[in-house]
Design a protein around this ligand. Structure first.
Ligand code: SF4
Ligand code: SF4
Ligand code: FES
Length: 526
């Protein structure tokens, strides 16, 4: 393991580490544009220059490997002058339209100009070369060619990650320009990553465009709820509105990427939300206070069991819910309602498209969790049959829809049940038919864990409290169980996860601490 010195700090790094990466170990940030840890090295921006003892010229740190005894300096006047010169060069033709640029606040040019530049341009504004602005180049991306610094990250991403190669440099010299080929727009399901990796405002997100200044946003570590892959994301919100999802690095799951459909999952936290408990009286839905709603649902469930036996009640769990919520839903069904009819389905409406990269056909974030908690997928079709035959007198539905049933099928099915209760976040065919709705918190309004397709148990954190009068499903299920005489202690997701780790073999030995930020594979593997 080579030992080297950087700005006087001695550091050991693995063989083959570049100076740029090794500097991070010493807590030193070297400015860079073209380098990206998950792409090949281009070495074209020259921002990462450093002084290396015994080398006559400055070296690019992104493509210089640390050797034993090497002495590197990143904070000398020579380095500073070189970096400032590169910045001045990059800014010659830049439009400096920060006030109308979505990248402002997280732009590499702004950040390094404030740190290394602060120079006055020696170039007359009227001599700047102008290029095309606001081009819809397909996918989720708008291109502003004038802002591009020709770092080639986007080209390498499309060559090395998606293999689709839609972007290329055209023209020469100061007329060089990034563009798609004529008539060939971006054509892959990962285009949103281009806005993330573009260090400036040349490639920005069509969806996020002009919606919110980034410095007003706060972030919560989360998991994309869009499919069973469980990509690690950062959920960006302002007050109670979620604005975007950005990938969070987890090399075991999604590296630093996420898919385009997943990026739009944030909308479900904002739109068509169920925000107040509802009781339907004589077919008319009426908002109800929580106490009244929980008590009346508990009474109807109790009454059904008393009159028709536990077999007249069914619970349809949902793999959209967390491990903690599913564990309590199972306890409610098994120990409180004592019904044999508990099941779930991982089927969803839609094409179930998948690829061999991130996107999974299963569009639920926690199917594996439901399976590992022993909730039966086989029983689901039986439950639906019993409902259709009129044998179920009370049905508790978790989630916004029922498997892959269409709205019309869902409506017809639920019409067979005298009492339907729904615990969910969004309006839909179930909420239109339910006799009682208990609104639950969206994925950014609660914490918990999902288990992805590979059995990796991953935490997601609450960004802000539940909107409106929604509550966490843990609170709702506990409230129902206790009104049915269960005597459960109230507690948050951490307490429920401790109970899971104690009683469920696949989760044995796990804790929120051991999961950390990046998760752990159920069954004990890291
Ligand atoms: S568009 Fe962005 S990522 Fe692509 S070359 Fe230009 S600056 Fe780099
Ligand atoms: S691959 Fe799945 S989990 Fe990852 S971002 Fe896309 S929908 Fe979300
Ligand atoms: S980051 Fe090293 S040359 Fe661009």
């Amino acid at each position: 393991m080579p030992n080297f010195t950087i700005n006087g700090i001695s550091v050991d790094v693995p063989q083959g580490t570049t100076i740029l990466e090794a500097a991070k170990t010493a807590g030193i940030e070297i400015p860079h544009y073209c380098y990206h840890p998950k792409l090949s090295i281009a070495g074209n921006c020259r921002m990462c220059l450093v002084e290396v003892e015994k080398f006559p010229k400055l070296q690019i740190s992104c493509n210089t490997i640390v050797t034993d005894g090497m002495v590197v300096k990143t904070d000398t006047e020579k380095v500073r002058q070189a970096v400032t010169g590169v910045l001045e060069f990059l800014l010659i033709h830049h439009p400096i339209d920060c006030p109308i640029c979505d990248q402002a606040g997280e732009c590499g040019l702004q950040i390094y100009y404030m740190k290394y530049g602060l120079h006055k341009s020696r170039y007359a504004v009227e001599d700047k070369v102008h290029k095309k602005k606001v081009q819809d180049i397909g996918g989720q991306i708008i291109l502003d060619a004038e802002r591009c610094i020709l770092c080639s990250r986007c080209i390498r991403f499309l060559q090395e990650v998606t293999g689709t190669g839609e972007l290329e440099f055209f023209q020469r010299g100061d007329h060089s320009e990034i563009s798609i080929f004529p008539g060939r727009p971006l054509d892959n399901r990962y285009t949103g990553n281009l806005a993330d990796i573009c260090p400036v405002g040349a490639l920005t997100s069509k969806d996020f465009r002009f919606k919110c200044r980034v410095w007003l946003l706060r972030g919560a570590r989360s998991i994309c709820p869009g499919c069973a892959n469980g990509c690690n994301v950062e959920a960006h919100f302002k007050e109670e509105i979620l604005y975007r999802l950005k990938p969070r690095q987890n090399d075991e799951v999604n590296k630093t990427w996420m898919c385009d459909p997943g990026r739009l999952e944030y909308k479900k936290a904002n739109e068509a939300r169920l925000l107040t408990p509802v009781n339907r009286e004589n077919g008319i839905p009426k908002a109800a206070p929580w106490e009244a709603a929980l008590s009346s649902v508990a009474f109807r469930l109790w009454e059904t069991v008393e009159k028709h036996g536990p077999g007249s009640v069914a619970v349809i769990a949902s793999p959209q819910f967390s491990n903690e919520e599913l564990f309590l839903a199972r306890k409610l069904a098994d120990e409180v309602l004592r019904t044999p009819h508990l099941g779930f389905s991982s089927r969803t409406v839609g094409d179930g498209s998948a690829d061999d990269f991130l996107i999974k056909a299963d569009k639920n974030p926690n199917t594996r969790g439901a399976q590992l908690l022993g909730i039966s997928e086989e029983k689901f079709d039986d439950i639906v049959r019993n409902v259709a035959d009129g044998k179920i007198r009370a049905l508790l539905v978790f989630g916004n829809g029922i498997a892959d049933l269409s709205d019309a099928e869902t409506g017809r099915l639920l019409a067979n049940v005298p009492f339907v209760v729904q615990i969910a976040t969004n309006e839909g065919a179930v909420s239109r038919a339910a006799h009682a709705i208990l609104p639950s918190a969206s994925f950014v309004e609660r914490g918990g864990t999902f288990t992805n397709h590979a059995g990796r148990v991953q935490r997601f954190w609450m960004g802000f409290p539940p909107r409106g009068k929604a509550r966490s499903a843990i609170e709702i299920i506990t409230g129902l169980a206790n009104r049915l005489g269960a005597g459960w202690k109230s507690g948050g997701e951490a307490q429920v996860f401790r109970a899971i780790a104690q009683s469920e073999a696949p989760f044995a030995g796990m804790s929120y601490e051991s999961l950390g930020e990046l998760g752990q594979t159920a069954g004990g593997k890291g």
